[in-house]
Design a protein around this ligand. Sequence first.
Ligand code: FES
Length: 297
Amino acid sequence: MSENRIPGVDDGTNASAVSTTQVKAEAPFDPTTYAELEEIAARYPQARSGLLPMLHLVQSVEGQVTSRGIEACAEILGISAAEVSGVATFYTMYKRRPVGDYHVGVCTNTLCAIMGGDLVFERLKDHLDIGNDETTDDGKITLEHIECNAACDYAPVMTVNWEFMDNMTPESAVQLVDDLRSGTEVHSTRGPRLCTWREAERVLAGYPDDLADEGPSAGPASLVGLNIAREQGWTAPSVKQARQSAAEPDAAEGDTTADKAEGSHEAEHQESAAKVEESGADAKHEDNPANPGEDEK
Ligand code: FES
C-alpha cells in the first residue's frame, strides 16, 4: 500500500483505500462539531486518549466514520490520518458505511446461538430482506450479527443501538423491527426508551441523554448468584484469606501472626459486606468482593 492511501475511509461501500487528496477535498466539519471534538480531546491528560469518544461523535454527526471525521480527529490530536483510520477500522463499533436509524444487533455467539440467536438472525434477514451489515431501503434498520455481549443469562440477546433486548424469539424480533420502522416508541427490555443510533453515539461520545437511570440496574437473572449467596450466608474470602490461599492453600484456614498485619483488610472486608447488605442489588456495580458468585453481565 502506498503511503498516501488510507484504508477503509472511503464512502463506505467497502474497506478499500482512498487517496488523501480525496480526503482533503471534503468540506470540513461545522465549527460546533469541531469545537466539541476539541472539547473531548481536552478531557484527557494525553489528548489522543480521546480518540475513541471523538470517533463516536463523528458517527453521531455523520452517521458513520467519514474521511473528514478522520481528518478532523487527526488534526486535533496531532497524529496522522492513517493512525486514526487504524483505530476506526479495528473496532467493530466504528462503521465505515452509513448506519440506519437503528442498529439492530443479534448475538450469534455460542450460547445465544444455541438458545435461538441463529434462528432470530435468519428470520430478521428474511423479514427485512437484507444481509449481515446491511441497511433496509428506508434507512431505518441496519442488521448485524454481534459477538457475546456478556448478557448470556438472557440468551438469546439482541441489541438496539447497544441497549439490550433480552430473551428474544424470532417473533418478538420481527415485532421489534416493525415497531422501530413504524415509529412506535420502543423500550429496552431493561427499561430505557430506545433512541436513534446517532443519539446513542452522542452519548458514547460523552454527552449524556439522562436516560441512563431508566430501568433497573440489573435484572433477576443477573442477581441469582447474589440472592443464593445471601440465602446461604456466604461471603467472599477476605483479602488476607485470598492471599493465603494463593500462597499456601493448606494454611489458608490457619490463624497466624500475619493475621494481625492483615487486620485492616479484614475490617475493610466486614465494612464492604455491610455496605452490600445496605445497598441491595445495586452493589453489584461496585465490584465489591463481598458479592460471591455475582456475575457482572
Ligand atoms: S453468547 Fe450472547 S450474550 Fe453471551
